[in-house]
Design a protein around this ligand. Structure first.
Ligand code: IPE
Ligand code: IPE
Ligand code: MG
Length: 255
């Protein structure tokens, strides 16, 4: 069935009746980009080819989120636990990241995207850190989609870091013990100033958070799919948004 979008484009999603309400687009979408390795394995290819194929999906989804006027897109690209992987895979992932930033910077900037990162990037190779800092600096005045790349990111690590920062600020009398409340704690997270994710998407069949956005996900809607990240297309994003729009978010209240 063809559906008309108010930007004048026609969109098709299989035979399902998909009609996304453009006035109810999630402000913040977070994606656990999973399944690259299994995608490659199914094709008898090395895992790194799966990661490269995953970059194509990133391109498509970032573009689509911009068009749909999503304000924040957070992509889980490398967790604090992913260092356990073979050295070769880790360094291939870092190279892919540096290459992605170099190659995509201009188009992202032209599309008004703010390139941001969350996580402790100090452990990443210098080249990645440099690219990230430069990309952020050169796009921070843009006004479109904020693209958060979660790199060496772990929810527990983020919360632990927040504890330490709060302790330091109390010690130096910048804040008082009485100032501690939920909003204040949120300001010590990497996502300071951003809305919590409305929708968390995880492809590949796994139904777990794997240490992603633990503080922020309190009332996020979860959407899982068996599709592996390299096969994830904008149609899957529409379906996730459509399902999200048909959920009843009660936030603990009654309607
Ligand atoms: C996600 O794909 C990419 C990263 C975690 C960096 P995986 O590499 O986890 O793919 P699977 O889960 O092994 O299929
Ligand atoms: C989560 O995927 C991390 C990223 C997508 C970056 P993993 O593949 O590392 O998670 P587990 O090991 O299946 O929980
Ligand atoms: Mg995985």
């Amino acid at each position: 069935m063809l559906r008309f979008f108010n930007d004048g484009r026609e969109k098709k999603y299989k035979n399902e009746d998909i009609s996304i309400d453009l006035n109810n687009i999630p402000k913040h979408i977070a994606i656990i980009m999973d399944g690259n390795g299994r995608w490659a394995k199914e094709r008898n290819l090395p895992r790194v080819i799966g990661h490269k194929a995953g970059v194509e999906t990133i391109r498509e989804i970032v573009k689509e989120c911009s068009i749909l006027k999503v304000k924040y897109l957070t992509l889980y690209a490398f967790s604090t636990e992913n260092w356990k992987r073979p050295k070769d895979e880790v360094s291939a992932l870092m190279n892919i990241l540096a290459e992605y930033l170099k190659k995509e910077f201009k188009e992202l900037d032209d599309n008004n995207v703010i390139i941001n990162y969350i996580g402790d990037i100090s452990r990443l190779p210098n080249i990645c850190q440099k690219e990230l800092v430069a990309c952020h600096k050169n796009t921070e005045d843009n006004t479109g989609l904020t693209l958060n790349l979660a790199l060496n990111y772990g929810g527990r690590d983020e919360i632990t870091r927040a504890f330490k920062l709060i302790y330091e600020d109390i010690k130096s009398k910048k804040i008082n013990e009485e100032d501690i409340n939920e909003n204040m704690i949120a300001n010590y997270m990497y996502t300071k100033g951003m809305p919590d994710p409305d929708l968390i998407i995880r492809p590949s069949g796994e139904q777990r958070l794997s240490n992603f956005l633990l503080w922020q996900c309190a009332y996020s809607e979860f959407w899982y799919s068996n599709i592996k990240w390299p096969d994830f297309r904008k149609e899957h994003l529409y379906k996730a948004i459509f399902d999200y729009q048909n959920r009843d978010r009660r936030f603990g209240g009654v309607k």
